[in-house]
Ligand binder design. Structure first.
Ligand SMILES: [Zn+2]
Length: 285
């Protein structure tokens, strides 16, 4: 059935200062929003996350929500992204996706969500000769998105290839002044031998770049996953007051494995790499 406002043309008549003109119809905006949302890869469990349903029941959560709301309002005139740190289940991904959905639906921005490990796996899969997808087909939308959410940074077992690939993505987005929101379960512990520290997980070079491009926000709160079925914010507050059980630190996994030069070989084979402004060698250094 054609839209009653625009008769399916996507343009609706409007009167501006007594003059009949046309403007983009609401149905057109909704359709564009749907297309952009479909391309954003938001996992189904997060597809309804928004700022209105984010439970900010302590100061850290309130600060994070206020910061995220400011980013939404100012987008695209934003020069820093967000780095959301905190233990698992406190709502970091909820908040990141809420911002992503807001800028897609309200600002018509091209936004994309990736779990860091899933993204790396996708890139790795393109090296399989039977896979018709090229590395650049995966990388380009990630690098060019107006807003990228990279979830769970540091979870991937670190190798030189992982370092190089993530540095390529992060450095290119930085130099192109594109906004990125990261989440991570790791903390700002200034000890590169402590497996709980972000420094240990991503290395000093990446961490210093992240500080240049993001505001770091610590989030703390109850673990959503401990909530009873149909639980409410009161259950979260009760859990929060009980305190979080001490989590075991993750096992060390930073590996000093052999250099994987695959990305570099790709560069020499593909012209597309040049468009991604990768200077070669250690990514963007
Ligand atoms: Zn319409």
């Amino acid at each position: 059935m054609a839209c009653p406002l625009c008769d399916g043309t996507g343009w609706k008549p409007v009167e501006i200062d007594g003059v009949q003109r046309v403007a983009r119809c609401d149905c057109w905006r909704a359709k564009v929003g749907e297309t952009l949302m479909a391309g954003a890869h938001i996992p189904s469990r997060y597809q309804r996350c928004d700022l209105e349903h984010f439970h900010a029941y302590n100061d850290k959560l309130k600060q994070a929500l206020a910061h995220a709301s400011r980013l939404c309002d100012a987008f695209p005139v934003v020069d820093r992204g967000l780095f959301l740190l905190g233990p698992p289940g406190v709502g970091k991904t909820h908040l990141a996706v809420a911002v992503l959905r807001h800028v897609i639906l309200k600002k018509g921005a091209r936004g994309i969500f990736y779990d860091t490990r899933a993204l790396l796996k996708l890139i790795r899969n393109t090296y399989d000769p039977n896979n018709r997808t090229e590395e650049r087909d995966v990388l380009r939308p990630v690098i060019e998105a107006e807003l990228l959410v990279l979830d769970d940074l540091g979870a991937e077992r670190t190798t030189d290839w992982v370092d190089e690939t993530l540095n390529l993505i992060v450095n290119t987005r930085y130099s192109e002044r594109r906004v990125t929101i990261f989440t991570s379960n790791y903390d700002l512990i200034p000890d590169d031998t402590d497996p709980r520290s972000l420094l240990f997980r991503v290395g000093a070079r990446m961490l210093s770049r992240l500080h240049e491009m993001c505001d770091f926000l610590h989030i703390d709160g109850a673990d959503y996953r401990e909530m009873p079925p149909n639980g409410t914010v009161d259950d979260l507050i009760a859990l929060w007051k009980m305190g979080r059980p001490k989590e075991k630190p993750p096992l060390p996994s930073r590996s000093g494995g052999p250099v994987r030069a695959q990305l570099r070989e790709h560069k020499e084979r593909q012209d597309g790499r040049a468009e991604l402004k990768w200077t070669g060698g250690k990514a963007g250094s």
